[in-house]
Design a protein around this ligand. Sequence first.
Ligand code: PAF
Length: 274
Amino acid sequence: MKTFREPNKLQKWCRAQALKGRKIALVPTMGYLHEGHLSLIEAAKRKGADEIVVSVFVNPVQFGPKEDYAKYPRDEKADVAKCRATGATAVFLPTPEAMYFKDHSVYVNEEDLSTGLCGARRPGHFRGVCTVVAKLFNIVRPDFAVFGQKDFQQAQVIRRMARDLNFGIDIVVAPIVREPTGLARSSRNTYLSDVERERALAISKALMSIVPGRAVAAERRRVEKALAAASLKVDYVEFVDAATLKAVKKVAPGTACLVAAYDGATRLIDNRLF
Ligand code: PAF
């Protein structure tokens, strides 16, 4: 497995692989890799990638000033070992300085799908995500890129960006990986105390209890009540059309229920697609 820290060196290597006709997959991550991330690498293998490039970069531009950029968990050594063991062929570990010039001044804004939900609560977040993903797309020029369904809105925003900016890159979305308890795997789960971890289970339980075919208003009230009963502070519980992210009134095929809630100081997200 190759290791790159410089964008131009990775770009050169990827170009050489593409010229040899090798199919390149990109798996963008912020590191502290868990089973969820590794499932993205597995998905890339299953889709027949010859080269699987995993980027590990905690992107400062997608964090708000009061968010957890500084304390976001990092473990480069473990990440490299996991990438190697899972079958990645290259890992990209840039520094913020290597990714952003001091006078970096170009950003990518998606202006429809990113406006609600997490976008409304985390101003500038998706601008940061789109910008770094566009940069990674340009550095690697993959045939396809794999994202996790756990960040449902992010996946849709990136799909739209890839389409609208003619990246010509397939966006693959891999299913949520859960712990045996049902908790969606997330690097941020490391912030949770034992008590908080227990409370967090209310989120996946509530999502699984939603009955397809029912009216949204009643289901939303029920989910909100279940989260509050577990001492979680609801940020949002929204039922949307999976493609447009616009609110719907009935839980129907193609509906996604998206949840964000605070468990103590930790903001958790989860979702279910019907
Ligand atoms: O989902 C993430 O970990 C990040 O938002 C991503 C896509 C790697 C961009 O920094």
